[in-house]
Design a protein around this ligand. Structure first.
Ligand code: AHR
Length: 538
């Protein structure tokens, strides 16, 4: 049978010829049209209240995270100045080019769990003199410290991202933290500022975000929230602002539904912080001892992944409700500084390196979570997907001199139009997506969306069809100003687990949606199953 999935499986390059029109979706084949009816079609209505606004979508929701873990830093970013791989002062050129296209607003470093055993002095000065340490959190590999403060700040400047540095609370001192900040940001004639100059950087860097530890309920010292609240206040007192640098102080927050942590931190330390973090990882099984495969899965794992990733919305709502009690003005940002999928590591790789493939399922997860963050941008002021390269739900995978962009990368690239835009309220009416094979029998929404208006007045709507079988016939009604033009791009794939590989790097890549039309401020289009679409309207 000739359905869209089998056609695309045979001819993925035909994605570029996808064309959409009012209430029809067709794949343009030379001389023939194939309707996307595989598994049926459902209908959905989206009402976009373009005459209303709900505040600004903080561009930091599109942030990234790079930890000294697996091959994020070494191989993924840093190859060294003498490498045959083309580089700028040791940082891969291919990575720089790819990351610049995402407009990454902020980059978190050096961890993660690694942050609470990192001593910054190990990573400055001549590289051949830097000490070698054992990375006890991640695979017990040797940390050469070749990539340290100067290299990280260089990376930030090369890709245009703000620096978000995590301090060491669990095995470091307030003095060490204070001195690191002085080293990075002071323009004075102090010994530490001069040490930075001696190490090659005359002017101080901007350091807008600084975290006091990481997961201090776990790898960051196994503390009780009451204890950490005091520790936080002590350490954050020594986060000083030198030479006009302003720092947003971020306290280590809860994971998942640990609302007690948020309650204690907000009641005891809110006035000392500008941000409180939240971590939540999507595991298909919800079981840390057997998380599930990144690529070998069926619809049961697809459905449970959707259900579990949608829990992000509930966690944000409930943590926000606690924060509202102590901070009704929403001065303190909820910083979701670790999120994404976490699967069993790729077979044949060191499990401590957390290397996993990235499929169409990850693209859907990314689209859903970015929509959720957009919708909660009154409280969520930053989010950092874990992690940027070669680890967990990454943007990029590298293999020696080769590099590929993942489906998740493409979602970030398509969604960047929301950065700094005004959130527009949106009503979605769509059937549930149910899968009878789930033990819980739970259902999830089949369509997930968010919308914004940018500074030039253009409307953008990002829509995800979570259903892996049915296409969605969508009617978008725009209230308010007249809309005359619409364009769009789509990311979809032949199968739930389609991935980009080093041999086939473009199996999942965005394609333009052609022949979109607006009539009476309405746009109709059909989204194929398991797809992500971003429309632009003006
Ligand atoms: O992202 C991997 C690890 O997950 C981080 O180091 C830690 O903060 C979290 O548990």
């Amino acid at each position: 049978m000739s359905d869209v999935r089998t056609v695309l499986k045979k001819r993925p390059q035909l994605l570029a010829l996808i064309t959409a029109s009012v209430f029809s979706f067709t794949v343009l084949l030379p001389g023939s049209y194939v309707r996307a009816q595989a598994g049926g079609t459902f209908e959905a209505v989206l009402v976009l209240h373009a005459d209303q606004s709900k505040g600004t979508i903080n561009r930091n929701l599109y942030g990234q995270f790079a930890e000294h873990l697996g091959r994020v830093i070494y191989d993924g970013i840093w190859v060294g100045e003498d490498s045959p791989i083309p580089n700028t002062r040791g940082i891969r050129n291919d990575i720089i080019v790819a990351l610049k296209k995402l407009n990454i607003p902020v980059l978190r470093w050096p961890g993660g769990c690694f942050a609470d055993e990192y001593h910054w002095r190990d990573g400055v000065g001549p590289r051949d003199k830097r000490p070698k340490r054992v990375n006890t959190w991640w695979g017990n590999v040797i940390e050469t410290n070749a990539f340290g403060t100067h290299e990280f700040m260089d990376l930030c400047e090369l890709i245009g991202a703000d620096a978000y540095v995590g301090g060491n609370v669990a095995s470091g001192t307030p003095q060490e933290m204070e001195e690191w900040i002085e080293y990075m940001t002071s323009d004075s004639n102090s010994t530490l500022a001069n040490l930075r100059r001696q190490n090659g950087r005359e002017k101080p860097w901007k350091l807008p975000y600084f975290a006091v530890g990481n997961e201090n309920w776990g790898c960051g010292g196994n503390m009780r929230p009451e204890y950490y609240a005091d520790v936080y206040k002590r350490y954050s007192t020594f986060i000083k602002e030198y030479s006009g640098n302003h720092i947003t102080r971020i306290a280590s927050g809860a994971s998942d539904s640990n609302y007690a942590w948020t309650e204690v931190m907000m009641s005891q330390a809110a006035k000392h912080m500008q941000g409180l973090s939240l971590h939540y990882y999507t595991l298909p099984t919800g079981d840390w001892s057997k998380k599930g495969s990144a690529t070998q899965f069926g619809e049961d794992a697809w459905h449970s992944t959707m259900a579990r990733t949608l829990q992000m919305d509930e966690f944000i709502q409930k943590h926000s409700a606690i924060m509202d009690k102590y901070d009704p003005q929403k001065r303190v940002g909820l910083m979701v500084d670790e999120w994404g999928t976490w699967y069993d590591s790729e077979p044949g790789t060191n499990p401590g390196m957390l290397y996993q493939q990235n499929s169409m399922r990850d693209a859907i997860v990314a689209g859903i979570n970015l929509n959720i963050f957009n919708q909660h941008s009154d409280r969520v002021q930053m989010a950092n997907i874990a992690q940027m390269v070669n680890v967990l739900q990454s943007m990029i995978l590298t293999n020696k001199e080769k590099m590929i962009l993942t489906p998740t990368y493409h979602v970030f690239e398509m969604y960047k139009v929301h950065q700094g835009a005004t959130l527009i309220p949106l009503d979605v009416t769509a059937p549930e997506y149910t899968f009878s094979g789930t033990s819980s029998g739970a259902s999830v929404p089949s369509v997930h969306a968010s919308a914004s208006r940018d500074k030039a007045g253009k409307l953008h709507i990002s829509i995800v069809n979570l259903d892996p079988n049915r296409s969605a016939r969508i009617s978008i009604r725009i209230t308010g100003p007249a809309v005359a033009n619409v364009t769009g791009r789509i990311l979809t794939a032949p199968a739930m687990n389609t991935v980009n590989t080093f041999d086939n790097p473009d199996a999942v890549s965005p394609a333009p949606l052609r022949d979109l039309k607006v009539q009476n401020n309405q746009v109709g289009l059909t989204l194929p199953s398991k797809s992500v679409v971003v429309l632009e309207m003006s």
